[in-house]
Design a protein around this ligand. Structure first.
Ligand code: SF4
Length: 223
């Protein structure tokens, strides 16, 4: 029977990923909302959820990750930048800062992995509109799994409400997509979720998900 990822619930995708890749699976989450950690706890609770701790996360995000870990019973594994990198590069070269504080730590987290689960959604923005649910990621040499790709903000909000999940503490202070404090600002009325990231610059991605629109979708048959 063909497994139709496009129409599958994220829980089905995650269960398939767990059965297919086992210990070769790495899950990363931004901890800006509870959705992915919650779904992981309901499907592959043995999997660690990796937090890329750039050193510039909001204190609220650090607290929230601990809170979700305790509430859902998932293990959060923090990956940090190398200790010898230059500080405050975000002030003059945000691309270099993201490379050192996000991309390089991700590459360490994915070393030896066969598959990578992310919280990327098509509705995040134009660069993510064609994100497959499952695809080859040649840049990271893994199968990339985006179980939430087809969910928009309203579907996420519905999942949070129907499961009575806690929101990030900054959510009710006007923040949408929540990243590092120097590069995240609250939203004005009507702005899209990621409008508060790198406000005032052309930068719209940190470099983690550049292959999201270029990888080849995976077709899988299982019984
Ligand atoms: S989002 Fe900003 S502070 Fe965080 S790693 Fe990128 S440039 Fe640095």
């Amino acid at each position: 029977m063909a497994f139709v990822f496009e129409n599958a619930h994220p829980l089905e995708v995650l269960r398939w990923a767990g059965e297919t890749f086992g210990d070769g699976l790495v899950v990363t989450a931004s901890f800006g909302d509870p959705t992915l950690p919650h779904l992981v706890s309901q499907s592959i609770p043995w999997a660690d959820v990796v937090m890329l701790d750039t050193g510039y996360l909001f204190a609220e995000t650090e607290w929230y990750a601990d809170h979700l870990a305790e509430r859902f019973g998932v293990r959060v594994r923090s990956i940090h930048p190398r200790p010898d990198i230059e500080r405050d590069v975000w002030q003059h070269d945000p691309d270099a800062c993201c490379r050192a504080r996000k991309v390089e730590p991700l590459e360490r987290a994915l070393a030896g992995a066969a598959a990578w689960v992310t919280g990327v959604r098509r509705s995040d923005g134009d660069t993510r509109r064609s994100t497959p649910v499952v695809h080859d990621d040649p840049e990271r040499a893994v199968t990339k799994i985006n179980p939430l790709a087809t969910w928009d903000a309203a579907r996420v909000a519905d999942h949070i409400a129907s499961n009575d999940l806690p929101l990030h503490p900054l959510a009710d202070r006007g923040y949408g997509s929540i990243g590092c404090w120097p590069c995240t600002s609250p939203l004005a009325a009507g702005e899209v979720e990621r409008a508060g990231r790198w406000r005032g610059s052309d930068k719209i991605e940190c470099g983690l998900h550049l292959a999201a629109t270029t990888g080849v979708p995976v077709t899988v048959t299982h019984s």
